[in-house]
Write a protein that binds this ligand. Structure first.
Ligand SMILES: Cc1cc2nc3c(=O)[nH]c(=O)nc-3n(C[C@H](O)[C@H](O)[C@H](O)COP(=O)(O)OP(=O)(O)OC[C@H]3O[C@@H](n4cnc5c(N)ncnc54)[C@H](O)[C@@H]3O)c2cc1C
Length: 364
């Protein structure tokens, strides 16, 4: 079957993708399902069966009061929510209402398998292949986030462990670890938040590769701007964006302080190997474990872009102002410096602004 022509395909309907869709519509682009011609059209596809992006999968104890701060989607405020409400309930409902209100016609569930070039013409079309058909597009706005790519480091003996190993992406609730011994791996915000939570019901043992550098100062606006500039520089050079902590340091959060006050914020060096019933420490001592919880972060979900061959030897994609340097028909938003709700919003707007400046849709 011939790929269906459309001007812009947005892959992913999380914060970044919905921001792009909103701005496309504001600039006169029409959702493909309602368009009469392919000129000036866009289509948003998403692999999830329901609205909400990654928020629908976050653990239930991540409440509106404990998220890092959610920036609303453009043009429609988050309705007032009980701070004790789970973000996985409040935000998907908000996203669903948003999609309806602006009639964004998100097509789901649609998993994009590959983005490739139709031919050698750099001004030609890209082909987006999915499990629900293919589209021939002028621009791809990639907004696929990181949730589907949990990062599990490899350690000797990992396969021999008789207890349970899980990544934070599969974490549901501390109650399932009651009375057990849980080794928590990682130095990020999630590791410390879950350490605090799990230590109420279980014996915890926290390990990180490097000693966390606790930053006393507020993470104020100049600090944020400097951190974002650091990630911007990395992605421009084609380096992997890196973890948030690598550029910001560890800031004291209420849960870090709570864990410290209860004497459980005790960091140990990373174990050397894993054995059947626990972990072997670098000094040769043994720590028993029923559970190993990998709070080791996520990587950008970009496997479907492999046919474009944009990966640098360092493992990143060269991106400037949210646009691939080596394939200008491709925008990457919610990637690197725009990997936050506020960053995703702006990146969506800027990608659409760049597209609109090159292509004025005929439909108004
Ligand atoms: C635990 C956790 C907590 C966080 N808390 C905060 C916070 O409090 N504040 C903040 O600003 N940021 C937070 N972040 C960062 C957060 O990820 C972003 O702010 C934002 O929600 C990400 O939006 P996104 O649109 O980039 O990605 P997502 O919300 O992940 O949306 C991506 C969408 O793309 C779809 N998709 C992926 N691959 C494909 C494919 N091949 N084909 C089709 N669709 C695909 C997915 O189904 C998904 O719906 C947090 C991140 C994590 C991991």
């Amino acid at each position: 079957m011939q790929p269906e022509p459309v001007d812009v395909v947005v892959i992913g309907a999380g914060q970044a993708g919905l921001s792009a869709a909103y701005h496309l519509q504001r600039r006169g682009f029409v959702p493909l399902p309602r368009a009469e011609a392919d000129d000036g059209t866009f289509l948003v596809v998403d692999a999830n069966p329901a609205p909400g992006g990654a928020w629908q999968h976050r653990w239930s104890s991540l409440r509106m009061a404990t998220v890092n701060g959610i920036h609303e989607l453009p043009g429609f405020a988050v309705p007032p929510a009980d701070p004790r409400a789970a973000s996985r309930d409040v935000l998907p409902a908000y996203f669903a209402e948003y999609e309806d209100r602006f009639a964004l016609d998100v097509l789901r569930p649609v998993r994009v398998r590959a983005v490739r070039r139709a031919d050698d013409d750099p001004a030609g079309r890209l082909i987006v292949d999915s499990d629900r058909g293919s589209w021939a597009v002028r621009y791809v706005i990639n907004a696929t986030g990181t949730w589907t790519r949990p990062f599990w480091p490899r350690y000797p003996g990992q396969d021999r462990f008789r207890g349970r190993q899980l990544h934070v992406a599969d974490y549901v609730d501390a109650g399932e670890f009651r009375g057990q011994r849980v080794v928590i791996v990682g130095a990020g915000v999630s590791a410390v938040q879950l350490l605090d939570e799990i230590s109420h019901v279980a014996d915890t043992f926290w390990v990180t590769r490097r000693e966390p550098e606790w930053v006393e100062e507020e993470f104020d606006i100049p600090a944020r701007v400097a951190a974002i500039a650091g990630v911007e520089d990395r992605v421009r050079r084609g380096l992997p964006p890196g973890s948030v902590i690598s550029v910001t340091g560890m800031h004291w959060t209420p849960w870090a302080r709570a864990a410290q006050a209860r004497g459980v914020l005790v960091r140990h060096p990373m174990f050397a190997s894993i054995e059947e019933h626990g972990v072997r420490m670098p000094d040769g001592s043994f720590e028993p474990a029923d559970v190993i919880l990998w709070a080791t972060g996520f990587r950008p979900a970009l496997d479907h872009l492999a046919p474009l061959r944009l990966r640098t030897p360092e493992g990143g994609i060269r991106v400037e102002n949210g646009r691939s340097i080596d394939e200008p028909r491709l925008f990457l938003i919610g990637y690197g410096p725009s990997q936050s709700t506020v960053g995703a919003n702006r990146a969506g707007r800027d990608a659409v602004r760049a597209i609109a400046s090159e292509r004025i849709p005929q439909a108004a």
